[in-house]
Design a protein around this ligand. Structure first.
Ligand SMILES: Cc1cc2nc3c(=O)[nH]c(=O)nc-3n(C[C@H](O)[C@H](O)[C@H](O)COP(=O)(O)OP(=O)(O)OC[C@H]3O[C@@H](n4cnc5c(N)ncnc54)[C@H](O)[C@@H]3O)c2cc1C
Length: 486
């Protein structure tokens, strides 16, 4: 471990604001929204001129494309509450009725993944042996070890075939992760909890169904009119949140009962004293600010691995694609040996994403599976995507447009003893009252989980400030720290 030195708190203590949020991605913006709802004064510093962090929508030439989050899959009441109270409900763009289907690549062709359990078992995706192994899941005894990986957990409970054909592409696609290294408890907390509690995943699902647990908040897939940028625009304009775009935090110093944060921007250097500071920035940026405060905490944060991702958007004449594009898109199991992790059919998912007569296809390259794709030049990335899509979708023409975006630190990887790392981070935070870490390396990477984590952080800040949090959310839905997404 790195040195344990912590700085001493120094006197000089009047607070300028109740809370300073550092970082204007969805984590910081959502936390600020929940804070102002509690009547707390909030200032938010965002390093870039534009808030939103990784989330950004590009609209030009009739195409509306997303640089990061393309959609939300919500079943959390906190998210429903934020959308209703912020007015975002009116801008919601639900997934098109015909785009519920999802595909997997199986032996070089697309196979639809059935959603109902009965149809799932009857699907041509599974061999008779693989199907039988899934059916035996309720009879598999509880087991596993503390650091069990996703691959170990899923193959122990459901068999190798389900791991390779269904779970691996889900972990490698939306999470950009590697199931051989991802910690099961951190990545699939709900499935692990079902095993712990009911002895089997199937038994747990059945009990939850009988108790109607999930039906109270059915899963809804949507974006917004104008894309995910609308979510950012509305949250960034929240009355009661003083947004300072173009201002980066450069220093953090604990005082007797406040935090002094220094920063720089177009107007030069500045400083603010806040009773609470929320760091809504990636782990490495938080680590940099925390070195003078607690070097061990900074080291724990710096040790969090991130996966790179390349997003490639292709606009194609619709008649050039033979496939009906009757779904959301597809994921690619590693065993297929293809360079893509997945492909979203954005113009099927939401109306208005491509000009009339054209389709917009969004592909993801890289992740933990193939990080070297991050360094491919534009031409190689685009031609690789096109060559992979052509036989799967029967594409005859050439793209009308191509857009490419790179994220070197796209998503945190919940690899190794991840929950152990989070517990160590929590332990270092406890003697630092007023300091909060709210970003996608804690509590889930999805936009849904970021909003829910912001709610939880705002609740504890309100309590610490002596306000009674006005939560209406049931305790069951609070995000478990360490939950990746599922
Ligand atoms: C390619 C891709 C596709 C995705 N698809 C989906 C999807 O379809 N659905 C979904 O739910 N999720 C998706 N995600 C996940 C989701 O988009 C991210 O997890 C989420 O946007 C991260 O938000 P954040 O606020 O934690 O971090 P960021 O977006 O990284 O925001 C951090 C902010 O902090 C700022 N900052 C850094 N240092 C400082 C400083 N010193 N001072 C001030 N500001 C600072 C940065 O400029 C940045 O704006 C996707 C992610 C990627 C990369």
């Amino acid at each position: 471990m790195i040195g344990t030195a912590r700085t001493q708190r120094v006197p000089g203590d009047a607070a300028d604001v109740d809370v300073l949020v550092v970082g204007g991605g969805i984590s910081g913006l959502a936390t600020a929204w929940w804070l102002q709802r509690e009547g707390i004064t909030v200032e938010l510093w965002e390093r870039d001129a534009r808030p939103g962090g990784k989330i950004r929508t590009d609209a030009a030439g009739g195409y509306v494309s997303e640089r990061a989050a393309a959609l939300m899959m919500n079943f959390r009441p906190e998210v429903t509450q934020l959308l209703a109270e912020s007015g975002l409900d009116a801008a919601k763009a639900p997934r098109s009725a015909g785009a519920a289907r999802r595909y997997l690549v199986e032996q070089g062709r697309l196979v639809a993944v059935p959603t109902a359990m009965g149809a799932m078992l009857g699907s041509p995706l599974w061999s008779a042996r693989g199907r039988l192994r899934v059916l035996l899941e309720p009879f598999v005894p509880r087991g596993g070890h503390a650091g069990e990986t996703v691959s170990e957990f899923v193959s122990r409970r459901l068999g190798r075939e389900l791991l390779e054909k269904a779970m691996e592409p889900f972990i490698a696609g939306p999470l950009a992760s590697d199931p051989d290294r991802a910690e099961a408890r951190a990545t699939l907390p709900r499935l692990k909890a079902l095993e712990q509690r009911y002895g089997s995943i199937a038994a747990g699902v059945l009990v939850h169904k009988l108790l109607g647990r999930r039906t109270a908040h059915p899963t809804e897939t949507f974006s917004f009119e104008g894309g995910m940028a609308t979510l950012i625009r509305v949250l960034a304009a929240t009355p009661g949140v003083r947004l300072r775009a173009g201002r980066a935090a450069t220093g953090l110093e604990p005082r007797a009962s406040t935090w002094r944060v220094t920063g720089c921007g177009a107007q030069g250097e500045c400083a603010v004293s806040a009773r609470h500071v929320v760091l809504g920035v990636p782990a490495s940026a938080a680590a940099q600010l925390l070195v003078p405060v607690d070097r061990e905490l900074a080291g724990l944060l710096r040790g969090i691995e991130y996966a790179p991702l390349v997003v490639v958007h292709l606009g194609l004449p619709r008649p050039a694609i033979e496939h009906p594009l009757d779904g959301a898109g597809f994921l690619v199991p590693r065993r297929e040996g293809l360079p893509l992790n997945g492909n979203l059919w954005m113009s099927s998912l939401f109306p208005g994403r491509a000009p009339e007569g054209y389709a917009l296809l969004t592909s993801y390259l890289g992740g933990a599976r193939r990080p070297q794709a991050f360094d491919w030049d534009e031409e190689r990335a685009i031609s690789t995507v096109l060559a992979t899509l052509k036989p799967l979708l029967n594409i005859g023409g050439t793209p009308a447009i191509a857009r490419i975006h790179r994220h070197r630190y796209a998503l945190p990887l919940y690899h190794g003893d991840y929950l152990g790392r989070l517990a160590a981070i929590d332990a270092r935070l406890s003697p630092l009252p007023g300091l909060h870490l709210v970003a996608n390396y804690r509590g889930g990477v999805s936009v849904r989980d970021r909003i829910a984590c912001g709610r939880a952080a705002a609740g504890s800040i309100a309590t610490a400030l002596g306000k009674r949090p006005s939560a209406t959310v049931d305790a069951q839905s609070s995000p478990a720290l360490g939950a990746a997404t599922a």
